[in-house]
Design a protein around this ligand. Structure first.
Ligand code: SAM
Length: 501
């Protein structure tokens, strides 16, 4: 292992430093009238982050730059680098910042910006003597636990160093977002501040072995549920995301999935329809009234297996229901209604609708424009006029919502690789603004539904996916797109004989 890696020591690339500084300083003005911003980097290395802060700030105001660096050689180089950086002046202190050398005092900085060392307490260099850890815990609270990474300790300490309304912008190992050892620290951060911005690297910007993230937190900020997101090796802005402080404070990981939320969401699926998932009794009532007939009276029954993205496969492939194979499952509605306690459900799911399968590798939604199909439990029915049903289905079939649902509800399905949604979870998924790309996506999905072969179907789905990316305004969605395309089911061809009646 190289010395640099052993020291948990990865200098911040200039591009990332610039984005972090911009986000930390965004719209921040000095606390006192006529003052300059006091900006601290408690692990400043050769001064990269302070230089970035000075560069993005100097156009507006002066700033006083303070750096702390333990390594004497780097401290000297930082002094040189920063000599002329800011008209507010620069001070570099060669010391251990966690020992709080002068001038590090609580509440006296407007901004702390840092890329602290990433050292696990189980590593030789990361081990903090028990007495020091106890002192840090006494000063910083229960977020400092036996296995807390040094980077997390810098974060907790920095939140104390800034004034209320001041900001901490920090690069951290991405394990901070999810690891159980950091649960207490994450809760403490949300008790003391508000998350404003989150960057997830995901590409090994610093080193293939370490993935990192970046956070900006306002001390004692007003809690809110929308954060700004950046992703990838250049920390490109990807829009906003929903962040639920209460759930996250209660221990839910600040998981990667937050960045998948629609950059330009204009509401939720539940604004367009009320999704309906039947219950066990509906399933049994339907299976008790089934017959197998290509044509004739009775409504066609659609199982999850008979739905592929855009396509209803009734009559094309057989269904499995009640431990049996049915080539053309139909239900006699009079018998069904006589079963009692299912009429209201039958009325609600009869009529034009979108239908969403569950336990699938991507969200698979198709449309029943004429309204004469009965969804078998657990298919979710989304009643809406035919035009609207195609829009709903296009949104649900988008790579973006598959990824979002996969991230949000990972682990709920029988298979860890499948997506399982309840009706209310489907209702909670975001929709894009009603724009031309969304309409084009709906048309492309209808093309997929009518496609006679695998090529036509897949081409139409890919067109639908691109239009939906445009509709959601999801820049940098290429990885999601590839993930989704690889998970699409194969095109199924007929073996069940006669066309639907
Ligand atoms: C990952 S480097 C970051 C340097 C710089 N901020 C940047 O982004 O390029 C971390 C720096 O923190 C210094 N350091 C580690 N522990 C420290 C401590 N307890 N107090 C002050 N500096 C420390 C290391 O010597 C190293 O130069």
């Amino acid at each position: 292992m190289s010395r640099r890696r052993d020291a948990g020591d990865y200098p911040t690339p200039p591009g990332i430093a610039g984005v972090l500084a911009t986000e930390a300083l965004r719209e921040l003005t000095p606390d006192a009238a006529g003052g300059v911003l006091r900006i601290l980097d408690p692990a400043c290395g050769e001064g990269n982050l302070l230089l970035a802060a000075a560069a993005c700030h100097s156009a507006h105001h002066g700033a006083e730059l303070i750096g702390v660096e333990m390594d004497p050689g780097r401290a000297v180089r930082a002094r040189h680098a920063l000599a002329d950086a800011s008209r507010g002046g620069a001070t570099i202190v060669c010391s251990d910042a966690l020992l709080r050398p002068h001038p590090l005092r609580d509440g006296t900085f407007d901004v702390v910006i840092a890329n602290p060392p990433f050292l696990s307490p189980t590593s030789r260099r990361g081990a903090i003597p028990a007495t020091t850890r106890a002192q840090l815990r006494a000063r910083l609270g229960p977020g400092v636990a036996a296995l807390t990474n040094i980077a997390t300790i810098f974060l907790l300490d920095s939140l104390r160093l800034v004034r209320p309304g001041g900001r901490v912008g920090m690069i951290l190992p991405s394990s901070f977002l999810t690891s159980r050892d950091a649960t207490g620290a994450r809760a403490q951060v949300l008790a003391e501040g508000t998350l404003e911005w989150l960057w997830t690297d995901g590409e090994g910007v610093f080193d293939a072995a370490v993935t990192v993230c970046g956070v900006v937190i306002t001390r004692a900020g007003r809690p809110h549920t929308t954060i700004r997101r950046s992703a990838g090796r250049h920390a490109a802005a990807t829009g906003t995301a929903v962040f639920r402080p209460a759930a996250h404070a209660a221990g839910e990981p600040w998981r990667d999935g937050v960045h998948r939320t629609a950059p330009s969401s204009a509401g939720i699926i539940g604004d367009l329809t009320t999704p309906i998932a039947g219950f066990r009794r509906h399933y049994y009532a339907v299976t008790a009234a089934l017959s197998d007939a290509p044509s004739g009276p009775g409504m066609r029954v659609v199982t999850a297996g008979l739905i592929d993205p855009g396509r209803v496969l009734w009559g094309t492939i057989p269904a499995r229901l009640s431990h049996r194979r049915w080539e053309h499952p139909r239900v006699d509605t009079d018998t069904l209604r006589s079963a009692g306690r299912v009429s209201a459900w039958l009325d609600a799911v009869t009529g034009p609708k979108a239908m969403l399968a569950t336990q699938t590798r991507v969200l698979e939604c198709a449309v029943d424009p004429l309204g004469d199909l009965v969804p078998s439990v657990p298919v979710i029915a989304l009643p809406a006029s035919a035009d609207r049903a195609w829009l709903i289905a296009a949104a649900l079939c988008s790579p973006h919502l598959s990824r979002l649902a996969f991230d949000r509800h990972r682990g709920a399905a029988l298979s860890p690789d499948a997506i399982k949604l309840s009706a209310s979870e489907a209702a909670d998924l975001p929709i894009p603004p009603r724009t031309a790309p969304w309409e084009l996506a709906a048309v492309a999905l209808a093309d997929a539904a009518a496609a006679p072969d695998a090529t036509g179907w897949r081409d139409a789905l890919l067109r639908m996916a691109h239009h939906m990316d445009d509709a959601y305004g999801a820049p940098g969605a290429a990885d999601t797109h590839t993930w989704w395309a690889e998970r699409l089911p194969r095109f199924k061809t007929g073996n069940a004989g006669a066309p639907p009646g």
